[in-house]
Design a protein around this ligand. Structure first.
Ligand SMILES: Cc1cc2nc3c(=O)[nH]c(=O)nc-3n(C[C@H](O)[C@H](O)[C@H](O)COP(=O)(O)OP(=O)(O)OC[C@H]3O[C@@H](n4cnc5c(N)ncnc54)[C@H](O)[C@@H]3O)c2cc1C
Length: 498
């Protein structure tokens, strides 16, 4: 049997041919849950097929460093295929899962209009969560979120691009305040880290690079409807973080709900009903999460309820009611108020993998899944962080060192760790940013693709519609043109009036 190839049927939808008679495990997602679940099945007597819509694993906690030019995207997003190269029982397939059929035990995925059906014996769903705009999805056009490499690169382009446009505007004698105002919405860890880094960029990194503008005059505003920053860290650490952000020059606006967003700015509404407009071209949305829409599919088929964030209620062993072969882990689940953090996904995925292996070996079921909280931390600026580990509350340099050690440990791959350390040295000890490259496409491609009916699929030929004859004619024409170029050069016929 051919390894991992699709059967040759004439219908556009094809079915994956299993690689062996072994138990087939399908894992959806290559994030923390997907990758750690797949790795945990390394020694199990199963074939694992990981299906994910990106070809990389993603270390989301460091996305803000890609957006602000500290790290490269490759350092936090290694190719999943490379990470799993030595795990012979695992195969990786690119595809957006569009359907899960619990009755027929199949997963349907798609990439650029090419569809594939993959059968499973056991399924681990780890499709994570996306950004939530709390019912205002139209805000996304002007205030990108921070969930993917695309988001981080777009934000990098928008942030550094705003300084460029401000320099240009100032050189033309225009008011550029709206270009030099950066608003971060959401004062959770991501928002705090993002605001702190934009402030460091403006007040430290870029101060010598421009002529017409003074980057240290840039305004960085952190907005949240909540009454404090970092609510999950408690009042004391929240107050400490707010003070440190203000020392960095960040304006912290609390109790302010974003009620409108457009190209030139946003409107915030206070509790007393009053409104304020902030003119700011660059907005970053770091508030709210919405679990993968696959949760809805699973809920419709099982009756398991979804919470307000679209997270599905699972059994204490992370399975779906009535479907013990289907596990859901990580950001998609609503269980015991577990937070949406990497460790919940990692531990849940390992638990599911152990259960699958145990069942095949006739072992008794494990006890219900129990999350071990290893603590939370957020970096405020270089050398300053907050950490909450059990009852221990740490602030400042010590917390920062702890942040450094933990993140180094969890970055995937030795070479990524090495280059990340180099880039941190450049940014934290020096004032540089190694990864400032950005392009126009980086900033505008997302919105442009969304305007196409089927996104990128509209830009490529469809399976079965490939016109080989047209392709042959195009090649002949190109060859004819090339020969003509050669003739013109050889006969010194260029520039000769005919
Ligand atoms: C900016 C940011 C900062 C964070 N900081 C921290 C932190 O400091 N500490 C911490 O513990 N946690 C942090 N988190 C949260 C943490 O990253 C998540 O809790 C964790 O990634 C959840 O793991 P997961 O496997 O459930 O989902 P993810 O890691 O999000 O993985 C989901 C995977 O599913 C894929 N996928 C989604 N839909 C489909 C589909 N339909 N078909 C195919 N594939 C699909 C995605 O491409 C991805 O590979 C942060 C998150 C963000 C966004």
């Amino acid at each position: 049997m051919t390894e991992g190839t699709a059967t040759d049927t004439s219908t556009p939808e094809r079915a994956l041919v299993p690689r062996s008679d072994r138990h087939q495990v399908v894992v959806i997602g290559s994030g923390f849950g997907g990758l750690f679940g797949t790795k945990a099945l390394k020694n199990a007597d199963v074939d694992v097929t990981m299906i994910a819509r990106t070809t990389h694993h993603l270390f989301q906690p460091l996305l803000y460093q890609v957006a602000t030019g500290i790290l490269s995207e490759g350092e936090i997003a290694p190719p999943t295929r490379e990470v799993l190269a030595r795990q012979k029982n695992a195969q990786v397939l690119l595809g957006e899962v569009t359907a899960i059929d619990l009755a027929s035990r199949t997963v349907t995925s798609q990439v650029l209009g090419r569809e594939l059906t993959t059968p499973y014996d056991s399924l681990i769903v780890a499709a994570g969560a996306g950004q939530s705009y709390f019912g205002n999805d139209h805000f996304a056009e002007f205030a990108p979120g921070m969930k993917s490499i695309d988001d981080a690169l777009e934000l990098r382009g928008r942030i550094f691009g705003a300084f460029e446009m401000a320099e240009l505007g100032a050189a033309r004698g225009e008011n550029v305040d709206h270009l030099l105002t950066f608003v971060v919405v959401g004062a959770g860890p991501t928002g705090v880290e993002m605001a702190g880094q934009i402030a460091e960029l403006a007040h430290r990194t870029l101060t010598r690079d421009f002529r017409a503008i003074k980057t240290h005059q840039a305004r960085v505003i952190l907005v949240d409807a909540a009454p404090q920053v970092l609510p999950p860290f408690g009042a004391k650490l929240g107050a400490w973080t707010k003070k440190k952000l203000e020392d960095l020059g960040v304006e912290v606006m609390l109790g302010a709900l974003v009620s409108a967003v457009d190209e030139r700015g946003l409107v915030v509404k206070y509790k007393d009903g009053s409104e304020e407009r902030i003119a700011a071209v660059t907005k970053v949305w770091a508030a709210g999460v919405q679990a993968s829409a696959l949760g809805r599919t699973l809920s419709d088929q099982t009756g398991a309820p979804l919470d307000r964030s679209g997270r599905i209620a699972v059994n204490p062993d992370l399975t779906l009611p009535g479907y013990p072969e289907v596990f859901v882990v990580g950001d998609m689940i609503a269980l015991d108020n577990l937070p949406g953090v990497a460790q919940v996904a990692i531990q849940g995925a390992k638990y599911a993998a152990k259960e699958i292996d145990g069942r095949l070996n006739g072992k008794a079921p494990q006890r219900p899944f129990k999350y071990f909280d290893k603590g939370s931390m957020a970096i405020v600026s270089r050398f300053r962080a907050v950490a909450l580990v059990g009852k221990l509350r740490l602030t400042g340099f010590l917390a920062w060192l702890m942040w450094l050690a933990v993140h180094l440990f969890y970055i995937t791959g030795f070479k990524n760790r090495l280059t990340a350390v180099l880039h941190w040295l450049i940014s934290f000890l020096g004032r540089g940013r190694s990864e400032r490259t950005s392009t126009e496409q980086q900033i505008f491609a997302r919105v442009a693709l969304q305007r196409l009916g089927r996104g990128a699929a509209d830009l490529v030929s469809q399976p079965g519609e490939y016109d080989a004859e047209a392709e042959r004619r195009r090649r002949e024409e190109l060859e004819r043109q090339a020969l003509e170029e050669v003739r013109l050069t050889d006969e010194q016929a260029r520039g000769v009036r005919v």
